[in-house]
Design a protein around this ligand. Structure first.
Ligand code: GLC
Ligand code: CA
Length: 572
């Protein structure tokens, strides 16, 4: 096996800056807050941080609408503070990757302000402008966030294209000046010492030339109505298929791969950087060495329950199609989807299921990404009132519920929160103090704090409880570090057909680990074959050091890790 690099072995932790820690007490997370939590990150054991956008932004899309790529949002701090945070991470042996939003800028970015100022402005062609048809926009494309993908600009008399909100105009990547400007942004942050980037919505960068109508005749409202009426998975899948057809001209076009290769060349000007794409398309790995280093395994999270069969099928499908040399990347949570604990729980065993799912992410082959707050078991906040909504998707969904579906207010609010992303972005719960210790008692945080902070769902209380979820996270991350096979080893499923227990090996030339995860609420047996020279190095339920024989009995939701004992060398 060739030598692995830092980002293959690292555990990544996503910080959502607005919600992580508030240093100056104004109810908004910031760099001072993050700096104060550096030792916490080190204690937790994460190796690298992915920071969601920290750039100046009108905050229409919570920072994913950037108005200056070379600076820091004033409410988060200054460039000096940014450098302190970066240096603080590096000093402690951790890395930092930033969010790189290439597809679009904010409509307040000076580039767009100039571009829209007149049809003859030299920056006009930096964005996608077209004249309308007699009866409206240039074509029938939708924005994925609602409404037409085209917005009319009264001053210059043309339409501009936006895959996301109308405040997020798409850049025209066919224009070499755009490409040069953005690649300079990449170089700027690399020179400051950041360790790489997470590439936002990378599949949306190019559109089909000629802008042909998608022609399905289906509207987004029709689609939403059908989605709400669907009663089973087959019907929901059919709605998703229709949706994909509507958007087929607007993403994952072949030209993107040339651009990714070019970006990789720029990144390779600097040693040891990493690019991770917000895409589940394996094509973005290129030939395994020339496009992105990592692409998220999003399909893994598209289920209500993580079962052995689900994981096996997912792994089979993805790993077999990875180009040689490519490295997988697994996650079950981020700022766009529901909280892990709420999404995959069964209402009765959520905590134990959460532990099994964490163990899965940390032991599968690939780089794990964790989202802030998962380590204390934060849940979806479904009590946010409409006047407190920050994500326009929550507001749009409320409108659709009330006016299209005809739901009652309470039901409408619930669906608005489920559709929108505010539920996952509430302030990090640091203690049982007012406002969960995120900001001072008398200050209203930018999004309301989830009530369960006073019932143990906070960092302070869990740090003091050796049996807490937080301490379990810390322990599992440390364990992973201790066994090179868990970080670098090849992956081999055993006990293939077991419906309850997911069992697999991770193997390097010098070490073999066996992982068995009982994903159900009953005691179950896994058949591990001839493994008599394995013994357990971790179990959630039993003392360690036990030999692992042909058949292993696991208690409900037990996590068992064993190692071939002649090879029991650890990094610990
Ligand atoms: C990505 C981000 C999401 C954002 C969108 C548009 O999907 O993760 O939060 O709204 O891109 O930038
Ligand atoms: Ca603040």
């Amino acid at each position: 096996m060739s030598k692995t690099t830092w980002w293959q072995k690292a555990v990544f932790y996503q910080i959502y800056p607005r919600s992580f820690a508030d240093g100056n007490g104004d109810g908004i997370g910031d760099l001072d807050g993050m700096i104060a939590k550096l030792d916490y990150l080190k204690w937790l054991g994460v190796d690298a941080v992915w920071l969601s956008p920290h750039f100046p932004s009108p905050q229409v899309d919570c920072g994913y609408d950037i108005s200056d790529y070379l600076s820091v949002a004033p409410e988060y701090g200054t460039m000096e503070k940014f450098q302190l945070f970066l240096d603080g991470l590096h000093l402690r042996g951790m890395r930092l990757i930033l969010d790189l939003v290439l597809n679009h800028t904010s409509d307040q970015h000076p580039w767009f302000v100039e571009s829209r100022s007149s049809r003859n402005h030299p920056k006009r062609d930096w964005y996608v402008w077209l004249p309308g048809k007699a009866d409206g926009p240039p074509n029938d494309w939708f924005s994925t966030f609602g409404g037409s993908a085209w917005t009319f600009d009264v001053v210059s008399g043309e339409y501009y294209y936006h895959y996301f909100f109308k405040e997020q105009p798409d850049l025209n990547w066919h224009n070499p000046e755009v490409k040069a400007a953005m690649l300079d942004v990449v170089r700027y942050w690399c020179k400051l010492g950041v360790d790489g980037f997470r590439l936002d919505a990378v599949g949306t960068i190019y559109e089909t030339p000629g802008y042909p109508n998608q022609g399905t005749g289906v509207t987004l409202n029709d689609n939403y109505r059908e989605y709400r009426q669907a009663t089973n998975k087959k019907e929901t899948d059919a709605v998703t298929e229709k949706w994909k057809r509507m958007f087929r001209y607007q993403h994952d076009l072949p030209g993107i791969h040339d651009l990714m290769r070019e970006l990789r060349t720029v990144i390779d000007e600097f040693p040891d950087k990493v690019l991770v794409g917000e895409t589940d398309q394996l094509s973005f790995y290129g030939n395994g060495r020339d496009e992105l280093h990592l692409n998220f395994n999003f399909p893994l999270m598209h289920t209500q329950r993580i079962t052995p069969q689900w994981v096996r099928e997912n792994q089979e499908g993805r790993l077999a199609n990875l180009p040689p040399g490519a490295w997988p990347c697994n996650t079950l949570g981020n700022h766009d989807v529901g909280r892990m604990r709420s999404e995959f729980g069964d209402g009765e065993n959520d905590e134990r299921i959460g532990r099994v799912n964490l163990a899965l992410i940390l032991t599968l082959w690939g780089t794990p990404f964790l989202y802030n707050g998962e380590e204390i078991g934060m849940t979806n906040h479904l009590g946010i009132r409409p006047e407190q909504f920050r994500d326009p998707l929550s507001r749009n969904a409320l409108d659709l519920e009330l006016n299209l579906i005809g739901s009652k207010q309470e039901e409408a609010q619930k669906f608005a929160l489920l559709t929108g992303r505010d539920k996952t972005r509430t302030p990090m719960q640091w203690s049982a103090d007012p406002n969960a210790g995120f900001c001072p008692a008398e200050i209203e945080p930018w999004l309301p704090v989830q009530d369960n902070f006073s019932h143990g769902v906070n960092v302070h209380d869990q740090m003091n409880d050796p049996h807490s979820l937080l301490n379990f996270y810390q322990k599992m991350i440390t364990l992973r570090k201790g066994f090179p096979a868990l970080q670098e080893g090849v992956f081999e499923v055993i006990d293939q057909d077991n419906p309850y227990v997911f069992t697999f090996l991770r193997k390097t030339d010098t070490q073999t680990c066996l992982v068995a995860l009982n994903m159900c609420a009953e005691t179950k047996v896994t058949k591990v074959g001839d493994r008599s020279n394995f013994r357990s190095v971790f179990s959630t339920h039993h003392p360690i050091g036990k030999r692992i024989f042909q058949s292993v009995e696991l208690l409900p939701f037990e996590i068992l890790i064993g190692v071939h004992f002649e090879q029991q060398t650890t990094n610990l």
